[in-house]
Design a protein. Sequence first.
Length: 331
Amino acid sequence: MRTIRVTLLSSLALLILSCNASAQTAAVPADAPYKNSGLPVEQRVADLLSRMTLEEKASMLEGSGWMESMPIERLGIPPIKMADGPMGVRSWMGSSAITSSANAPMKVESTAFPAGVAMAATWDTELVQREGRAIAQEVKALGRDMILGPTVNINRQPLWGRNFEGYGEDPYLAGRLAVAYIRGVQGEGVIPSVKHFAANNEEYERHRIDAHISERALHEIYLPAFKAAVRDGGVWNVMSAYNKVNGVHMAENKALLQDVLKKEFGFQGFVISDWGSTYSTAPTVNAGMDLEMPGGEAMKAWLARPQTQQAGNGDGWLMSDKVLAPSRMER
């Protein structure tokens, strides 16, 4: 009897969803409020969400190709096109920019800026802001929307192969320079991605390494630059790290992604995973991850399950947390 009841409930849930989807997939009028750039962003986003099917909302949780978010052609939502950084625009792979082979690197001509640690040696926030502005201008010139930088991981040991990317060993200096970089980039209307949150200070076995860090060390050494990026820089995007912190992978670390980053720091943007750094579905989604890169069907498939809908992780939850922030970036 229980099995029959669960089956009936599941079927009913799917029927309701399909009816809602049919209503929502009607033709979008040319004067829809979300298309009006003169209206407040929140009003436009609310209108857009009311027109989206659950499947369309779920699709915004995954990438498309190597360096783009998923577009929704029916609603005229373009992909967010990304470029790797942080010291200038690097080549990218596997996106719509590729015309011949999806596996061939996209060759770009761009300026190679000094390494982050070299910029840190100048102690010059104005110079770093000018750097961010120049990088953003090249990002736009190459038809992209987002630069994967700055790197603000603290240099804690000399053997880390990416020490050169960040701004050195001082949390305060790293924070001030990150804010300058972010202001330069966002001032040009380009999305910066401050990375890698958090405690990503070693490349060897980075998918499995577990950084055991006290609360005091986290808040005094590893997190201040991210806090400054959020509170003072108003950064639009944060990228999570591959590693574990205190036993939990960062992509599913609710204590840091939700409680610290979003609630304590007040982060209002969207969180993306580092490429291939997600290791689960439900824990990752519920921890605060907004966009899985470079993509895959795992999150989308999980969200489409009737069990997920019945658990309250479906339509309303997607509207409240996962789709809002990326949608604001599409304005």
